[in-house]
Ligand binder design. Structure first.
Ligand SMILES: Nc1nc2c(ncn2[C@@H]2O[C@H](COP(=O)(O)OP(=O)(O)OP(=O)(O)O)[C@@H](O)[C@H]2O)c(=O)[nH]1
Ligand SMILES: [Mg+2]
Length: 221
């Protein structure tokens, strides 16, 4: 009898936990985003004084109804030397957020990269961003995992607007030969610094991890 009550109690009080992996080049805004998400679901102010991440940050946020789930968010360093570590997170994650610095991708049109005129500093880190996004999509351990691409730093005047990042960069990478298999994806604008767009990002993640839960079941906590 005790065991029956205990399992009923655990069933009634436990919630699904999904792991979210924040990826993107160094300086894209991943840690700032993590701070905003943590603050959005607690009474605390976000700590926006970030330093480059060497290793990882992790936080679990409890989402109230109607979502009623835990998001365990992994923020890993984006510096070149740290990207090899990303691989070890793929098998256990339920969704990936790929953060792009919208002020550091030139015009965000990868078609121009192949021309002579396209090579130069005016393209910022567009080529690097393309290669890194391709490598994430191409990785078998991340197959089928929903991906949210965030065009971050939209508060800055010199940012490239989300539609250009979507059409010129993201769509071409997804439709390219290294685009990988079919998966849920979305491109959204955001400012991790001001918090604009963070709620929408979290909503999208919640809906997609639930839809994908047969392929990647949650942990009960
Ligand atoms: N204007 C503006 N600045 C931002 C935004 N998001 C992040 N930043 C700034 O960009 C810089 C890098 O932010 P981080 O969050 O540390 O970047 P990161 O992606 O975690 O970088 P790594 O840990 O090196 O991978 C900081 O100075 C942030 O304040 C944003 O939405 N708008
Ligand atoms: Mg960081």
């Amino acid at each position: 009898m005790y065991h029956l009550f205990k399992s009923l109690y655990l069933h009634a009080t436990s919630k699904e936990e999904y792991s979210i992996l924040l990826l993107g080049l160094d300086n894209a805004g991943k840690t700032t985003l993590l701070e905003q998400i943590k603050a959005a679901f607690s009474a605390n102010h976000p700590n926006l004084k970030t330093v480059p991440t060497v290793g990882q940050n992790v936080a679990t946020v409890s989402l109230p109804p109607p979502n009623s789930l835990y998001l365990k968010i992994w923020d890993v360093g984006g510096q070149h030397s740290l990207r090899g570590l990303w691989q070890s997170y793929y098998t256990s994650c339920h969704a990936i957020v790929f953060v792009i610095d919208s002020t550091d991708v030139g015009t965000a049109d990868i078609a121009t990269l192949s021309t002579d005129a396209g090579r130069g500093e005016e393209h910022g880190r567009l080529e690097e961003c393309r290669l890194v996004l391709e490598s994430v999509l191409h990785n078998q351990d991340a197959e089928g995992v929903p991906i949210l691409v965030l065009a971050n730093k939209q508060d800055r005047e010199d940012c490239v607007e989300v539609v250009r990042i979507k059409e010129g960069l993201v769509r071409k990478v997804f439709e390219g030969e290294k685009g990988g298999n079919v998966r849920d994806s979305r491109v959204l604008p955001c400012s991790a610094l001001t918090g604009t767009g963070v709620q929408e990002a979290v909503e999208w993640l919640c809906s997609r991890v639930k839809w994908n839960k047969e392929a990647r079941p949650p942990v009960m906590r």
